[in-house]
Design a protein around this ligand. Sequence first.
Ligand code: OSB
Ligand code: MG
Length: 375
Amino acid sequence: MTIEKLILREISMRLKAPFETSFGVMQDRRILLVEVVVDGVSGWGEVTTTESPSYNSETTDTAWHIISDFIAPRLIGNEIQNAADIAALLTSIRGHQMAKAGVENAIWDAQAQIGKVPLAKLLGGQLDQIACGVSLGIRETPDALVKKVEEELRSGYQRIKLKIKPGKDLDFVAAVRREFPDIQLSVDANSAYNMKDSAHLRKLDDFNLLMVEQPLQWDDIHSHAKLQSEIRTAICLDECIHNAAHALTAIELGACRIINIKLGRVGGHSSARQVHDVCQRNSLPVWCGGMLESGVGRAHNIAMSALPNFSLPGDVSASQRYWTEDIIEPEVEVSSSGTIQVSDGSGIGYGVKRDLVNRLTVRAKHWNAGVMARA
Ligand code: OSB
Ligand code: MG
């Protein structure tokens, strides 16, 4: 396969409602889309950075820089056998997993289309439905949160995750648990606590939570191992895990009992599959995390979630929860039992609405094999 063209676009999309985490509020998303043309076929990927370096060290602008100045020039015109070979071509670029993932995933989509197979199948996926949960941003009051949970449960979602931060934690979790004693409930701190808070975090043990996600520093696996030995609630690592070696480190240290896999954070489908496999070999369940993606990233998340060890509901929910109009057709829909059907169309299995993407585009750059980059 020849990588003939690469088109990098920044689109601007406004979330229906602001989303608050311990590191800040997001609403106006700046999303990079990558389109590759491989053997005449267009494949699409999404760069899942946030606008500021608050979730991890990348931003929309660092990804634009790394793709423009390093990844696109390195790949354009290359002959490859398999999208799984892309990561090896990019090892001289340290870090920047989200930038790499956006490009690698677009090539996976193209390869699946060339082979006329669903991307989920090309990746080794076996599930034809995936289980869905929702991630709820921090609210003003416990009452407001309880109302939101009720609404999401009515839609059928199988697991509710609450964002927490110091000062907005135990009361909120207690209120939701009191109202809904039997639901699958978890919390996500996005690195808002440290080991001095361990006695406080131990109080979460009262609420029969499925997990507490990434309570401690974004890059500190060792402290999570200490904390896990002091609390009963299962720790799930998100921010800390960038590749399969990190996953193995966390497992061997006892730093978590569950891992959340995000395609962007680990650098694309091939690395995600390696993380999945390490967890499966060690009997750790995984689930698919979300980064408030547009439909393109969401479609990739669905394809990945068909792998067999995705045994817990993911943060992959309906397009409609995020966007007035999503950029794919059909939009992602969730059944009344909280599942998404894995598409059996080829590639990501959803069409990209080019007219809408063009209207949302604020900047674009093209590379053609044999021709210099054009703005
Ligand atoms: O930690 O899972 C997270 C959104 C942005 C950054 C980090 C996270 C999140 C979410 C949103 O929880 C999940 C979703 O896409 O619905
Ligand atoms: Mg998280």
